[in-house]
Write a new protein. Structure first.
Length: 217
């Protein structure tokens, strides 16, 4: 009788132990399946038109929807296409900034915009277009049509003038922005569409511009 009782106790103990181990395994498995928060940060080599992005960033700090309202204004056809100077671009940006802000905040936005226009990041942005232009023949060495080049052929490299922060890099026709395909520089929409149609294998496209560029990335 005593032996049976001990046997039942042992069996009950083993069953309880198996249940506990099984429950712990399920908890561990469920923990592994639980979704985890992951923060992803993407940083492009070229972050777009600096003045426009800096302005959008300032507006988003006031209210995130202001960034999209401001962006929608710049998605209008030919928006800023007639601007070739920093002064003109800043004027248009400030006007659009005022249109989505109250008068007091508009003044703060204009002042903040002026301060941020001299930030070290913008100095770096100004150097990127010069690096792009320095990879291709200058105006004195090639006609503007040669910038299109042979999409399959090698590109000759020439040394450009040292970058001067007090002036903008010299580009064909005084263009304020262009597309660098990696094998050619495209300065207008017609050239870009032609390249997209004729290029068999698309390469990564980088959109470059000066600090005064008004184009949309």
């Amino acid at each position: 009788m005593e032996l049976r009782r001990r046997s039942r106790v042992s069996v009950a103990f083993l069953i309880s132990l198996l249940l506990v181990l099984s429950f712990a395994g399920d908890l561990c498995f469920a923990e592994n399946r639980r979704l985890k928060n992951v923060q992803v940060s993407l940083r492009a080599k070229w972050t777009g038109t600096p003045l426009l992005l800096e302005a959008g960033e300032l507006l988003s700090k006031e209210w995130k929807n202001l960034f999209w309202e401001f962006t929608d204004l710049w998605l209008e056809p030919d928006k800023g296409s007639d601007c070739l100077t920093a002064k003109c671009c800043i004027h248009k940006i400030v006007v659009d900034g005022h249109s989505v802000l109250s008068k007091p905040l508009g003044s703060v936005f204009e002042f903040s915009r002026m301060l941020r226009s001299a930030s070290p990041r913008l100095v770096l942005y100004r150097q990127l277009p010069d690096d792009s232009l320095s990879s291709y023949p200058s105006d004195d060495e090639a006609d503007s049509e040669h910038f299109m080049g042979d999409l399959s052929g090698p590109i000759s490299r020439v040394k450009a003038e040292p970058f001067l922060i007090s002036r903008n890099p010299r580009s064909p026709g005084g263009s304020c922005c262009w597309v660098d395909t990696g094998s050619a520089l495209l300065f207008n929409v017609t050239e870009l569409l032609s390249w997209l149609d004729t290029s068999a294998k698309l390469e990564v496209i980088c959109l470059f511009g000066f600090h005064q560029s008004c184009g949309i990335c």
